[in-house]
Write a protein that binds this ligand. Structure first.
Ligand code: SF4
Length: 114
């Protein structure tokens, strides 16, 4: 029987943001509530990814008026959409690739199967 992968966390956040933004993908992209803990993942990609940056580059061009309104109303520049918010979930955490892996000797003998 094939293993079920279960729900994808990023897709769940993306879907949640879709509802939060009034069922509009455009509004998800334009969301400027950077203190929301989901903000960095709202598009289904983390803000550090190339996919996110490309999506925002296209949005900056196609939604120039909306971004100008956001700047006028809350002072956020386009560049602010490319940086982490105050509640970043990645602050101080090592990236997955650099996370130290404990050695077997450090885990203790109870982890070693006989
Ligand atoms: S980031 Fe937060 S405020 Fe923005 S759409 Fe998602 S849930 Fe709503």
């Amino acid at each position: 029987m094939p293993k079920s992968k279960g729900p994808n966390k990023l897709k769940c956040i993306h879907d949640y943001c879709y509802e939060c933004a009034g069922d509009s993908w455009k509004e998800v992209t334009l969301c400027h509530l950077k203190d929301c803990p989901l903000w960095e993942y709202r598009t289904g990609q983390h803000i550090s990814t190339k996919v996110y940056k490309e999506r925002m580059r296209i949005s900056f061009e196609s939604c120039a008026e909306e971004f100008a309104e956001i700047k006028a109303s809350v002072g956020l520049e386009q560049a602010d959409f490319l940086t982490a918010g105050p509640n970043s979930t990645r602050k101080g955490k090592p990236s997955a690739g650099k996370r130290p892996v404990p050695r077997i000797a450090e885990r203790g003998s109870e982890d070693v199967a006989d």
